[in-house]
Write a protein that binds this ligand. Structure first.
Ligand SMILES: [Zn+2]
Length: 447
């Protein structure tokens, strides 16, 4: 591909929390729920094998903004926003996800380099510690009661949900939690763009696809409340049929977000010359629906590293190239260096990634709290932190769903991939992880 350096374009980054690549119609999903993203892909470049380097927000966002392997423990010298600001961009983010501001979960200042970082707090109800404590007591009471009396049925969950409603600050649906909707984010973003005279970078992060899946247009409110309550408090009790219904709710949220992106683009067209903008769409990670015994995504041992949690959409619109699908494996860690290249800005030395529009090695590391994985286009090697869990190896060409663990059958291949993984970790300066893996492999060899 020829160089795509673009003179004076603005940059618009749209990220959708929890959006799986395989739920986009243009990626082969049977339901036609993403007409806007499909059109952007058709008029731009779509990467069909783009992967996040982590299955959760607090690991993934700091990673792709600083082009560093997660977890990012030290404040990077400069992030994407910082380097753009240094090069004359006005920078703004509208991101209501609170997790990246929790010091326990995120060690860096994610807002570094942004002239404006809006968490959309004015659109939320205030968090109240006393009510939160009361809520936890009530949840405990009902959980114990349900478990003891085996009252796991529809009416119990509804009762539980209605009990929750008695506490003003807590209800199960997103509307009640009042995480700002995509349309609320759009409104703020468009107002900001309207006032910009200078070249700008704007990042919009949409939360609607994140659980609780509470689409406004689902026709059975009672069923929806039941499903999302059970999902949140009794995930292990979700049946296959309920899982299928949860996917319907998830898809309706995708459809809503896709439509909101369309509305944003219509409003943008009225303000700015559309051709003066590069628009990038991606997600921080995917979401699981029991493919490997886990619902959603999250923390600790729940944060697995299978493809349903890391395969994300990646669309670049606004370059000369149109209707191009790129099928090589790329990682989000490479996003910031690619943006630098596109905008004709030198890549900062602390960015580890490379420009994905040029030939790359197609090898990557995925990291969560308890798992570390090495992915090539053909294989995935997973090394768990816990001693009681087996190492895993999957042949992705034959077994794309990662169901048949061949680690013990293909030991030579596993050893080769382990070495490659360690070499790549060393390149990313991840000494602790290298030691962890070496120790784990020594233990395994001697057992
Ligand atoms: Zn997320």
């Amino acid at each position: 591909m020829k160089s795509c350096k673009i003179g004076k374009k603005n940059l618009i980054l749209l990220t959708v929390d929890c959006l799986r690549a395989d739920h986009l119609h243009c990626m082969g999903y049977s339901k036609d729920i993403t007409p806007t993203l499909d059109t952007l892909a058709k008029n731009g470049i779509m990467f069909t094998k783009a992967f996040a380097n982590a299955p959760s927000t607090h690991y993934s966002m700091p990673s792709f903004l600083s082009s560093t392997l997660p977890p990012v423990k030290k404040q990077p010298k400069i992030t994407l926003a910082g380097i753009l600001k240094k090069n004359g961009f006005v920078t703004a983010a509208f991101n209501p996800n609170p997790i990246v501001f929790s010091k326990i979960h995120c060690k860096i200042r994610i807002n570094d380099g942004f002239d404006l970082y809006d968490m959309m707090l004015s659109s939320r109800k205030q968090y109240n510690l006393k009510l939160e404590f009361l809520r936890s007591l009530i949840i405990k009471y009902f959980r114990d009661r349900f478990e003891k009396n085996k009252l796991i049925d529809n009416s119990s969950y509804l009762l539980f949900n209605y009990a929750m409603k008695t506490i003003p600050n807590f209800l199960c649906t997103r509307q009640h939690l009042h995480i700002p909707s995509a349309e609320e984010i759009n409104q703020k973003a468009i107002t900001w763009i309207k006032n910009q005279k200078q070249r700008f970078f704007i990042w919009l992060h949409y939360m609607d696809v994140h659980e609780p899946y509470a689409p406004l247009d689902y026709n059975n409110m009672t069923e929806m409340l039941y499903l999302i309550t059970k999902y949140r408090y009794f995930p292990d009790k979700i049946t296959n049929k309920e899982n299928q219904k949860l996917i319907i709710l998830y898809d309706l949220e995708i459809k809503y977000t896709d439509n909101a992106i369309n509305n944003f683009l219509i409003a943008l067209k009225k303000l700015k010359n559309f051709d003066d903008c590069i628009i990038i769409v991606t997600a921080d990670h995917g979401d699981a629906f029991n493919e490997h015994g886990v619902l959603g995504h999250g923390f600790g041992s729940e944060a697995k590293v299978y493809d349903e949690l890391i395969h994300v959409p990646l669309i670049i619109y606004g370059l000369d190239e149109k209707n191009i699908n790129i099928n090589k494996q790329v990682q989000l860690l490479d996003l910031s260096p690619t943006i630098c290249e596109l905008l004709n800005i030198s890549k900062p030395i602390n960015f580890f990634g490379e420009n994905i529009l040029f030939p790359i090695k197609e090898k990557m590391i995925i990291k969560s709290e308890y798992y570390i994985a090495y992915r090539t286009p053909d294989h995935k090697l997973i090394i768990p932190k816990m001693d009681n869990e087996e190492n895993e190896l999957y042949d992705l060409k034959r077994d794309s769903e990662e169901k048949i663990n061949i680690y013990n059958i293909k030991q030579k291949l596993a050893a080769k991939l382990e070495l490659e993984m360690i070499t790549l970790l060393q390149k990313y300066k991840k000494k602790t992880e290298v030691l962890e893996i070496k120790n784990k492999l020594i233990k395994k060899a001697s057992s």
